[in-house]
Design a protein around this ligand. Structure first.
Ligand code: GDP
Ligand code: ZN
Length: 475
C-alpha cells in the first residue's frame, strides 16, 4: 500500500527564511486541516493549488506553533500524484520540527528518504531515469550539469531508450507471431529482413552509449590531485584556479589539514581539485598519516597536476615525488595516443615563472621524457589559461563540449545500455549462424529488459530501494 500519508521537512536543515513541510497521501487534507486555523474560522477545504494564510496550532493545547501559508493540492496534479499539502512556515529547525510532530500526531508517517519521488515514480508521473534526474538536478555543480539533468528530467533520455525498445519489440513480435501461429500462414521472417531492424536498434543504443563518458564527466566531475613537494606552490595554484574559474566554492566535509578539496568549473565540468600535503616518504609518524592520506587522494584521482618550482634546481624530493606519481600509474599523454587510452594523465606544471628560472629542463626531461611542461605563475596568473586549455584537452580527448544531443550521465544507465548492446550483438550472431529464431528472440528479450532498467519498467525492488534511499528525506 503506497497510499498511507507521509510527511517530512522538505527544506534543508538549518535556519532559512521559510521552511516547508510536505505531506502526501490519500489522507493528507484530513491530516492537516485540524491543525490549520484561518482568520474568520473557516473550516472548509481551501481552493486547490493556492496559498492560504493561517496558523498551525497544537490541537490539544490550542497553542499557536507558527504563522504559515498552506497549499492544499488535489491529486493528480501534484508532485506525487497524490493529495499533497505543503506548509510554509518560518525556517527555524525547531519550529519546523514542532509542526512536523503535530502532523505526525494526526496519523501521518515520517517519510523515508526519496519516498515522495518514489511515489511519483510508482504512480507513473516520472519514470526511473526521470526520478534519478531529480537528485542529479539538486546535486549538479555546474550549469552544464544542470542542463543535462533537466533534459533527463524532461524525459529526453527516456524517450530515446523507449525508441530503441520499440524497435526491438517490433522484431520480437515478428518472430513470435511466426512461432506462435504457424498454422495461420504467417511466414517465417528471413534473416535478411530481421538483421537491418536489429542493426537499427543497436544503432540507437550505441548512440546513447557514445556520449556516456562525457555525460558522466559533467555529472561526477573530474578528480584532479595537485601534487608536488612542499613549497612549490600547490595551494597557491588551487587558489588561483578558484579565482580565475569563478568557482562555486564548496568546502567538502571531512576536509583534513592534509588534503583540501574544492570545486572549480572547467567549461562546465566540475573540477574537483585536491590539494595534497605531500606524498614523499617520511620517518615522522604524524607526517606519515598525512602522507598516507595524500597518497590515497592521489591514487583515486583522474588527473594529476604535478608541480615543480622552476625558480630552484631540481631536488631529490622532486625526483621522489615523480617516482611516486609514476608508480601510481599516471602517465604523460602523447598526442598520437588513442582517445580511449587517455586515462589518468599527468600534467606537469613549472610554477613561479615570474622568478629567475633555475630548474634544469634537461634534468626534468630525463624524468618525464614525453612531458609537456606548462609554465605558470600564481602571482601574475601567467600560464593559467594555457593550463586550463591543456586540462580540458586531456579530459575531453578531443570530443566536442556540451552539445544539444542527449547525454547519458549515470553509470547505471551506461551499464544497462552496454548489456543491451551485448544482447543485441548476440541476437545478431544467432541470426547469422542461422540458429532457430527462438534463440534470437531470447536475446532480443534480454536486450529489451536491459533497456527497461533505465526507465524502470524492469527494475527490481532492490534496485528501486537502493536508488531512492540515496535521496534526501523530504525529496
Ligand atoms: P605548497 O606548499 O606547494 O602548497 O606551496 P604554497 O602554495 O604554500 O606556496 C609556497 C610559497 O611559494 C608561498 O610563499 C607562495 O607565496 C609562493 N609562491 C607560490 N606560487 C608562486 C609563484 O608563482 N611565484 C612566486 N614568486 N611565488 C609563489
Ligand atoms: Zn600547500
Amino acid at each position: 500500500m503506497h497510499n498511507d500519508t507521509i510527511a517530512a521537512i522538505a527544506t534543508p536543515p538549518g535556519v532559512g527564511g521559510v521552511g516547508v513541510i510536505r505531506v502526501s497521501g490519500s489522507d493528507a487534507f484530513e491530516t492537516v486541516l485540524p491543525l490549520f486555523k484561518r482568520p474568520g474560522g473557516a473550516t472548509a477545504l481551501p481552493p486547490s493549488h493556492k496559498l492560504t494564510f493561517g496558523h498551525i496550532i497544537d490541537p490539544q493545547s490550542q497553542e499557536v506553533l507558527d504563522e504559515v501559508l498552506v497549499a492544499f493540492m488535489h491529486a493528480p496534479h501534484t508532485y506525487t500524484r497524490e493529495h499533497v499539502v505543503e506548509i510554509q512556515g518560518h525556517g527555524g529547525p525547531l519550529i519546523l520540527r514542532r509542526i512536523l510532530r503535530a502532523v505526525l500526531a494526526q496519523g501521518a508517517r515520517m517519510a523515508n528518504p526519496g519516498e515522495f519521488t518514489m511515489r511519483a515514480f510508482l504512480n507513473g508521473r516520472l519514470d526511473l531515469a526521470q526520478a534519478e534526474a531529480v537528485m542529479d538536478l539538486i546535486e549538479s555543480e555546474t550549469e552544464a550539469g544542470q542542463r543535462l539533468a533537466l533534459q533527463q528530467l524532461q524525459g529526453r533520455v527516456s524517450e530515446q531508450v523507449q525508441q530503441a525498445r520499440h524497435t526491438i519489440l517490433g522484431v520480437i513480435a515478428r518472430i513470435e507471431a511466426s512461432i506462435d501461429f504457424p498454422e495461420d500462414d504467417i511466414p517465417t521472417p528471413q534473416a535478411q529482413e530481421l538483421s537491418p531492424l536489429i542493426a537499427d536498434a543497436q544503432k540507437q543504443v550505441l548512440l546513447l552509449l557514445s556520449g556516456a563518458d562525457q555525460g558522466k564527466l559533467y555529472r561526477q566531475g573530474l578528480r584532479t590531485a595537485i601534487i608536488g613537494r612542499p613549497n612549490v606552490g600547490k595551494s597557491s595554484l588551487l587558489n588561483a584556479f578558484l579565482r580565475t574559474e569563478r568557482a562555486i566554492v564548496t568546502p567538502i566535509a571531512g576536509t583534513t589539514r592534509d588534503t583540501v578539496e574544492e570545486v572549480a568549473n572547467l567549461r562546465g565540468i566540475p573540477l574537483h581539485l585536491i590539494d595534497t600535503a605531500g606524498i614523499t616518504p617520511t620517518d615522522d609518524p604524524v607526517e606519515r598519516i598525512g602522507v598516507q592520506r595524500s597518497r590515497t587522494a592521489a591514487e583515486s584521482a583522474d588527473v594529476v597536476l604535478l608541480v615543480f618550482d622552476a625558480s630552484e634546481p631540481l631536488t631529490e624530493q622532486d625526483r621522489l615525488v615523480s617516482a611516486e606519481v609514476q608508480a601510481m600509474g599516471f602517465k604523460v599523454q602523447t598526442p598520437d595516443e588513442e582517445a580511449t587510452a587517455r586515462k589518468r594523465p599527468v600534467v606537469i606544471v613549472l610554477n613561479k615563472s615570474d622568478l629567475e628560472q633555475k630548474l634544469e629542463i634537461a634534468e626534468l626531461k630525463q624524468l618525464w621524457p614525453e612531458g609537456v611542461f606548462i609554465n605558470t605563475s600564481t602571482l601574475s596568473d601567467a600560464g593559467l589559461q594555457h593550463l586550463e586549455n591543456i586540462l580540458a584537452e586531456h579530459v575531453l580527448a578531443g570530443r566536442k563540449l556540451y552539445s544539444e544531443s542527449v547525454l547519458i550521465t549515470s553509470t547505471r544507465h551506461q551499464e544497462a545500455l552496454r548489456r543491451a548492446n551485448e544482447h543485441l550483438e548476440a541476437s545478431y550472431s544467432s541470426l547469422e549462424q542461422q540458429l532457430p529464431l527462438d534463440f534470437v528472440s531470447i536475446d532480443l528479450r534480454a536486450a529489451y529488459d536491459s533497456l527497461g532498467e533505465v526507465t524502470g519498467e524492469t527494475a527490481s525492488e532492490d534496485l528501486l530501494d537502493k536508488i531512492f534511499s540515496e535521496f534526501c528525506i523530504g525529496k
